[in-house]
Design a protein around this ligand. Structure first.
Ligand SMILES: [Zn+2]
Length: 331
């Protein structure tokens, strides 16, 4: 969390943020210090100082000062965590939506043309065509994305910059099941699960967006949070449509702001049970953080060695999982 905030502040220099909001310094006090009218209160003589090197401001008129987040919080009149989420969104480059939509559509078409991909979904316990379609799941067989997109006029450099191909022009996603990640309706990233021997998880080198499918999940008063998209897929298939996913056990500030935006919500955390205890530790920390924010949190225990996906793939039913939810203890 602290490092995320540090990164956020470094990514948006305070002076640049102020200038984007039409603040014009009247004069420079020193090489790094600028003075102008205070954007936070009415004044006619400049008393608002910005130190560009330290990324700090102070107003001698209203006595307020601090860093970028403090300024944005006062300027926008928002609580701390919503301010952070807002700034995170400012950082996200405008998503090249069309390119990602076209890539995801191309991968969707490949899914049923490659028996190994369909077999892999079955092996992970996912068979319902309606859920597969709704999640927009596709398959990247490798070796043909560039040619397909070049025909639509996308340049080599853009595909390379997006992380869809490598310097040799080969597909970055190869032999991977693809899930498009949407934020406010737009695809902002693609997650690819290797079906072969490559490293299991891959995302494009850009923000993973908010919580998965949050637009349809946020209306539930009880939410199930899982680590992986295959966990989410089998839970949706079993009827638990109130399941969302952080793609990993670490929530970004934007995801945290979503999950904690309503005190009436209660959250079931169902992370993986790892041998090195990483998942268990992450779920405990998250549950404690939720409790501290006034949100009821429960940690769900599955039978030893199982995550939601492997539990269903091994034959568990919706009733079995519902029993695990009932047994989950509040902290
Ligand atoms: Zn002021």
């Amino acid at each position: 969390m602290a490092t995320d905030l540090q990164r956020l502040k470094q990514s948006i220099p305070l002076l640049e943020y102020l200038q984007r909001h039409n603040w014009r310094p009247r004069r420079a006090a020193t090489r790094q210090e600028f003075v102008g009218l205070c954007p936070l209160h009415q004044e006619t003589r400049p008393s608002f100082y910005v130190n560009a090197a330290k990324n700090l401001f102070y107003c001698h008129g209203c006595g307020r000062g601090g860093d970028l987040i403090r300024f944005a919080q006062l300027f926008l009149d928002l609580p701390f965590r919503q301010t952070v989420a807002y700034l995170e969104q400012q950082l996200m480059p405008v998503p090249p939506t069309q390119l990602l939509e076209q890539t995801a559509a191309f991968y969707r078409l490949q899914l049923h043309r490659h028996a190994e991909a369909v077999r892999y979904l079955e092996h992970r316990g996912l068979q319902d065509p309606a859920v597969i379609e709704e999640l927009g799941i596709g398959y990247a067989p490798g070796g043909n994305l560039r040619g397909n997109l070049a025909a639509s006029g996308y340049s080599f450099d853009l595909l390379l910059e997006m992380g869809l191909i490598n310097h040799q022009g080969r597909d970055a996603f190869c032999r991977r099941v693809i899930f498009p990640c949407r934020h406010h309706g737009h695809i902002v990233n693609l997650y690819g699960r290797s079906i072969g021997t490559a490293f299991p998880h891959r995302l494009l080198p850009r923000s993973k967006g908010g919580l998965f499918a949050w637009a349809s999940v946020s209306c539930f008063s009880t939410v199930i949070l899982v680590e992986g998209l295959f966990d989410l897929a089998v839970l949706w298939q079993a009827g638990f449509r109130n399941t969302t996913c952080a793609i990993g056990s670490h929530l970004t500030p934007a995801q945290w702001a979503q999950l904690s935006d309503s005190p009436r919500r209660s959250v079931y955390v169902v992370f993986d049970q790892d041998e090195n205890q990483a998942g268990q530790q992450a779920s405990r920390q998250l549950a404690q953080r939720l409790q501290a924010a006034g949100i009821a949190a429960r940690i769900v225990q599955l039978p030893a060695g199982h995550d939601p996906n492997s539990y269903f793939a091994a034959g568990a039913t919706a009733a079995d999982f519902a029993a695990c939810l009932r047994q989950a203890q509040r902290l």
